[in-house]
Design a protein around this ligand. Sequence first.
Ligand SMILES: [Zn+2]
Length: 218
Amino acid sequence: MRLVLLGPPGAGKGTYASRLTVKLGVPHISTGDMVREEIKKQTDLGRKIKEYSDRGALVPDEIIIKLLANRLRKPDCDKGFILDGFPRTISQAEALEKIAKIDLVINLNVPDEIIITRLSNRLVCSKCGAIYNLLTLKPKREGICDKCGGRLYQREDDKPEVIKERLDVYRRQTAPLIEYYNNKGLLRNVSCEDLMTPPNVMVEKIIEIIKETEKGTR
Ligand SMILES: [Zn+2]
C-alpha cells in the first residue's frame, strides 16, 4: 500500500503514521525528518539544504524529490510506504508521480479550533522526537519522554499565534492538491470532529479504508 497522508498541521499525521507503520509493516516516510537527518549527517545534499534553511529560503522541490527517490528505492519500500508531509503542492504531486505510483490518499479533515487546541498542548521529545499531548496522550511523568527519558518541549511553531498562520498557508497551498487527488479517484476523507477522539480510533478508520482499497485493486 503506497499511501499519502494529507492534512493540516496538527491533524495528527505524524501520530497516525507512526501507528500505521507498525500495523501495516511499511515504512513511515516523513520528508521533514529526512531533511533534518540529511543536515545532521552533513552529506553534500545536507549541506546544500542547510544553505537554504540558513537563508530562511524554502528547500527547492528538486532536492526533496531527489532525497525521496533515493529513499523509495530502498528494499523496505517494496511493499509500500506511508508518506507524510509530501506532496504539498500540485507540482510536487506531479514530480512524485514520476518516481512512485500512489494507491491511496487519505485526507484528514479536522476543524481549525481542534487543531489550535491540540497543537498548543503538544510536546515533543528533544531526544527521540516522540510526540505527546497534554490532552490526549500524556507522558507518564510530567515533562519526560516515556520511551527514552528525554526532555519534552513545545516547538516554536506550535504556539497559538504561529498556528493560525500555518493553517492559512496550508489551506491556500494544499486545497488544490485535494481536488487534484479527488479527480484522480485516489482521495478518501477521514474526519475528526472531536478533540478527544483517541488516535487509535482514527487509525482504525484509516485501516478500514486501506482494506477496502486493497480489495478494490485486487
Ligand atoms: Zn524520547
